[in-house]
Design a protein around this ligand. Structure first.
Ligand code: SAM
Length: 261
């Protein structure tokens, strides 16, 4: 039987080529977050949804007695994280688990990062349910002895959501909460808030630009009559439209420096 070769999907540069972190997060703010964990953690620091583990690497560079485990679904990001960890001299203290973090949860942690990954414990993103911060915070609290740190980051509303903002997200006004509600939830789940951060518009613009840079570069690098051009242009237009005509200045990102109590 003769098999017709399947057309190759267009390939884009990996996100770590254009982004330092897979979140709207500046290096300055990341330095504050990693310093907080490095100076309050003890033993093994976990990062749920670590991406390419840049925050864990920065934490290990400061906390020389610490070890760490990064969990993520994406093997590409983890391979990159492994290489960078070796280059920066912390590879022997950093392990990775590729796959659903829920399937290999430890029963304790010396400190935790969880940034943009609350859905690990709640409903999956595809279900378009409200983000279940409480479920994630309760599960993480169970891993920590009092006094140990958690950096928790996730989406919040920073302005009243509009129909244009929610359309490319889960399509619901209650997908996220405002910052005061998130602070209350953190406290009800057994944490004290040591410091609150909210991503700036610059951090968001940089993140969104980095996120779409792979599509933009593909369009710049490929000929005008490439058969995939329309598809790639549509991806770029969809994402930039979702942001600039939709959730920019409405979807925010909070980072909380928490200690278990
Ligand atoms: C918004 S990104 C944040 C990445 C990283 N924390 C950072 O700040 O650079 C969320 C990450 O969570 C990962 N993720 C989502 N669900 C997961 C699951 N069930 N288990 C492990 N990782 C998961 C995704 O693959 C993604 O890399």
């Amino acid at each position: 039987m003769r098999l017709t070769p399947r057309p190759m999907a267009p390939e884009f540069a990996p996100p770590y080529q254009d982004l330092k972190y897979m979140a709207p997060l500046s290096q300055e703010r990341a330095a504050v977050l990693s310093k907080f964990v490095a100076s309050n953690a003890s033993g093994c620091v976990l990062d749920f949804g670590c991406g390419w583990a840049e925050l864990l690497i920065e934490t290990l560079e400061q906390g020389h007695d610490l070890t760490a485990i990064g969990y993520d679904l994406e093997s590409d990001g983890i391979s990159h994280g492994r290489t960078v960890a070796e280059q920066r001299g912390v590879g022997d203290r950093l392990e990775f688990v590729v796959g659903n973090a829920l399937e290999s949860l430890p029963d304790q942690a010396g400190g935790v990062f969880c940034i943009g990954a609350s859905q690990i414990w709640g409903a999956s993103v595809e279900e378009n349910q409200p983000l279940d911060y409480r479920c994630a915070l309760t599960a993480i609290r169970d891993l920590l002895q009092p006094g140990l740190p958690l950096v928790f980051g996730d989406g919040i509303w920073t302005a009243q959501p509009t129909p244009e903002a929610i359309a490319p997200l889960a399509g619901r006004l209650d997908e996220f909460v405002f910052l005061p509600s998130l602070l209350e939830i953190a406290s009800e789940c057994g944490f004290v808030v040591m410091r609150t951060h909210q991503a700036s518009l610059d951090e968001w613009d940089e993140f969104e630009s980095g996120f779409t840079a792979g599509y933009a570069r593909w369009l710049a690098d490929n000929p005008a009559d490439h058969p995939d051009r329309a598809e790639v242009a549509a991806k770029l237009a969809r994402q930039t439209g979702a942001y600039y005509n939709g959730y920019r200045e409405i979807l925010g990102m909070a980072y909380l420096q928490l200690l278990a109590v």
